[in-house]
Ligand binder design. Structure first.
Ligand SMILES: [Zn+2]
Length: 389
């Protein structure tokens, strides 16, 4: 009974996602007029671009990877009933996503199954998942997902910047989120998931610490000399922190930024809680931080000539400050899923997920971009940290 409902829920979510993706595509074509083809041509191009299943020993292309992840997510929903456990697993998968590119279906499922095992201790559930993952590789039928579309450059508004404010109509929503405290089990799962990611990326790496103080704020950069982009990342971290502190952002005390690490495919990640669920402020800028993403993000906007690591560190601090502003509510159900697509298209395609939307708006605002009041309203509805004037 429960399993059927979960499956239905997943189907409903998939359908909603497809609709939202279509809405984003359509509004882009209408609003920005930058699309080079008409709707009809688009439909035709989709038909001809129908991806073929990838043989199990060949690396997956983007469509194949996407399709496989969707299947595995469905299987997860069928086997694991507890939503928090599901979410902890998919959060780990999200963090791993970029590093899955170029891998075979078998390699991808092995890695994702390892994430499951790190969270689920019920051996029966794990072996059920193992079976259904194997079945998912066997019938590698790709999903028909819309192609990613380049996001428009954020518009720098000529009007005086809107002074953001958490108004009274927004506050009750935030209070409701905060009224759902986490259980000890949920805290244990979430804290473990965070620290597992940290340890996976940093264990056994010889980092050289450098303590940096700017205007009274001290933080530490941990440098891995095997990262070929070390210099530009260190400069980016210092520049990003300088911008944040100059804009009077209450930057977390005891911030630790790790550059490099042992995963050659890791991008950037912010860790906010330790295993005891105590607040920490850790950012790991993995070795792939410099490589552009497939979808446009604020970090690669080159706004005011700022480079990717400079904007990335501000985005990651946005995640940490978002967590600080919401506390336990940050980890609750209301921040899962996608932000309002009408606002997302005005910011960046990377910011579809609610928490990413907040971090993207935060980074963009800090470096001087401005947005209309609806974007800012959505940002505060999601509990975004106070933006400076
Ligand atoms: Zn992010």
């Amino acid at each position: 009974m429960k399993i059927k409902n979960t499956k239905k829920e997943f189907n409903r979510i998939s359908l909603q996602r497809a609709i939202i993706a279509c809405l984003i595509l359509c509004s882009l074509m209408i609003c920005f007029g930058t699309a080079t083809f008409t709707g009809k041509q688009f439909a035709a191009s989709k038909l001809s671009a129908q991806p073929q299943p990838t043989p199990p020993n060949d690396p997956l292309d983007d469509d194949g990877l996407q399709a496989l992840i969707e299947k595995l997510t469905d299987s997860l929903g069928e086997v694991i009933e507890d939503e928090d456990t599901q979410n902890s697993i998919t959060e780990k998968w999200d963090a791993r996503m970029e590093s899955l590119k170029g891998k075979t279906a078998k390699q991808v499922t092995d890695l994702l199954l390892a994430d499951v095992k790190s969270i689920v201790k019920d051996t029966e559930a794990v072996s059920k998942l193992q079976e259904s993952f194997a079945a998912a590789i066997a019938d590698g039928e790709p999903a028909d997902e819309p192609e990613p579309v380049e996001s428009p450059e954020p518009v720098e508004s000529p009007a005086p910047p809107l002074v953001p404010n958490i108004n009274q109509s927004v506050n009750p929503a935030l209070r409701r989120i905060a009224e759902e405290p986490l259980t000890q089990v949920q805290k244990d799962i979430k804290g473990k998931a965070e620290m597992d990611i940290f340890e996976e990326r940093t264990n056994g790496v010889a980092f050289t610490p450098e303590e940096v103080t700017y205007k009274g704020l001290t933080y530490t950069i941990y440098k891995d000399s095997t990262d070929k982009d070390l210099k530009v990342k260190v400069a980016g971290v210092k520049k990003g922190l300088q911008i944040l502190i100059d804009r009077k952002i209450d930057t977390p005390k005891g911030l630790r930024v790790y550059i490099g690490g042992n995963d050659p495919n890791a991008r950037a990640v912010a860790l906010k809680r330790d295993r005891q669920f105590k607040q920490v402020a850790i950012v790991v800028l993995g070795k792939k931080t410099m490589v552009p993403l497939d979808v446009k993000s604020i970090s690669q906007s080159k706004f005011k000539n700022l480079d990717k690591p400079t904007i990335t560190i501000i985005h990651e601090l946005g995640h940490i400050l978002h967590e600080r502003s919401l506390g336990e509510a940050f980890w609750g159900k209301r921040l899962q899923g996608d932000a309002d697509s009408k606002q997302v298209v005005k910011v960046s395609f990377y910011g579809i997920k609610k928490r990413e939307f907040v971090a993207e708006v935060f980074a963009a605002w800090i470096i001087g971009m401005t947005f209309d009041k609806d974007v800012i309203k959505e940002y505060y509805l999601l509990g975004g940290p106070q933006l400076p004037k």
